[in-house]
Design a protein around this ligand. Structure first.
Ligand SMILES: *Cc1c(COP(=O)(O)O)cnc(C)c1O
Length: 386
């Protein structure tokens, strides 16, 4: 037998930052006290810093989808014309949410693995000048693709519409210039690059988005951006906050801000680059034509079901990775790089992949993929002091 340590290597939930996990044990405190207000204020300030947001970042007790839902119910009215850019399962979630609230959606769809190009958005905005909002995923976690939110944001900025970005796996894995690119609403979730468990959702809003809030008439109660902002200003949340998660968030944000958000992004980008190099060495194809750095979706070798690879990680190494979602189930497996992932994680993930591929009859030379990751590490260290 071998000892097999359990490892969570999915694109959410992601590996936990240990000091954040330990901080959760101090949650025997009341949320309407000076003690907790200080923690909450510090967490909100830390969020604003990692977002690079000119305005406030709101925090809510929900998974990421809660903030997606709230962004529709707080900022729009029934019948509003919106454009949804969808290229995967999370884009489809936007379509479902805006339709559930009765918005009049034009859907720009790209095949799984591709992205909606800015020129398609430009044409759609021209065709409908009354558009009130544009929805997209910065990083489409189901396919590993990354949208060009810079180009898209600049197009939307020239109109009266607001740009609503699901950056739940985009934050910490791609640059997001809220002011410069016109990212009016940027949504985050705690279980992604924030390195803490699921249960918190974040949202930043620009002036333009707050102006939409003033005229929006869709009903909402629990998720109320204006109430949340007012309470946040005095260090409180509207409802009982998820105190244990706020304690964890505060620790994780201190860490991210100490290394710098740009370096967290660079870390994900470098690990994603190394993963692409390794898959090329192993003769594997990427699933996406425009891969991002949160997660790399890889096609299994011809004739192999990707489920075999996911199962291999679990059975041989007690490691949890993810396959494809929905109709992509057997077509890809996903290796994550967002948040608390490092090179040693990747060395082992690729070494394990080589063993799993061989055990399933795909001949790869042992160490070939790992060597590709090692070369990326060496090259990167040569140009850095770290
Ligand atoms: C994880 C994720 C979400 C949110 O999912 P929840 O289960 O509600 O946290 C939304 N969009 C993307 C792109 C994601 O990766």
């Amino acid at each position: 037998m071998y000892i097999r340590k359990q490892r969570l290597l999915t694109p959410g939930p992601t590996p936990l930052y240990p000091p954040a996990l330990h901080a959760m044990m101090a949650s025997d405190l009341h949320h309407r006290t000076e003690e907790f207000r200080n923690v909450y204020k510090s967490a909100l300030a830390g969020l604003k810093q990692v977002y690079g947001a000119p305005g406030d970042v709101l925090c809510m007790a929900a998974s990421g989808s809660g903030a997606m839902d709230a962004s529709v119910s707080n900022l729009f009215s029934a019948g509003d014309k919106v454009i949804v850019c969808t290229a995967g399962k999370f884009g489809e979630r936007w379509v479902e949410i805006v339709r559930a609230y009765g918005l009049d959606a034009t859907v720009l769809e790209a095949p799984y693995g591709d992205v909606v190009t800015p020129d398609r958005l430009e044409a759609a905005l021209k065709a409908e000048p009354a558009t009130r909002g544009v929805f997209v995923q910065g990083s489409e976690s189901s396919t590993g693709a990354q949208h060009d939110v810079e180009a898209m944001g600049k197009l939307v900025a020239a109109t009266d519409a607001i740009f609503v970005v699901d950056a739940i796996t985009g934050l910490g894995t791609m640059p997001l210039d809220i002011e410069g690119w016109g990212l009016d609403v940027v949504i985050g979730g705690s279980q992604k690059a924030f390195m803490i468990p699921p249960g918190l959702a974040f949202v930043s809003l620009t002036e333009k988005a707050w102006n939409h809030a003033k005229t929006a008439t869709l009903p909402h109660y629990y998720f109320d951006f204006r109430k949340e902002k007012k309470n946040g200003d005095i260090g409180e949340s509207t409802w009982t906050p998820a105190t244990s998660l706020i304690l964890a968030l505060n620790e994780a944000l201190k860490y991210v801000n100490s290394i710098g958000m740009a370096n967290l992004v660079a870390n994900a980008q470098l690990l994603a680059h190394a993963t692409r190099e390794a898959s090329r060495e192993l003769g594997l194809q990427l699933f996406s034509s425009r891969p991002g750095s949160a997660v790399t979706a890889i096609r299994p070798p011809a004739g192999m079901d990707s489920g075999v690879i996911v199962k291999g990680y679990k059975q041989k190494f007690a490691a949890v990775i993810t396959g494809g979602q929905g109709s992509m189930k057997n077509e890809l497996f996903r290796l994550a790089h967002l948040g608390y992932f490092d090179f040693p994680d990747l060395f082992s993930v690729i070494a394990e992949l080589e063993l799993i591929l061989r055990a399933n009859g795909y001949p790869v030379e042992l160490g070939r993929g790992v060597a590709a990751v090692q070369r990326v590490y060496e090259q990167a260290s040569a140009t850095k002091t770290a």
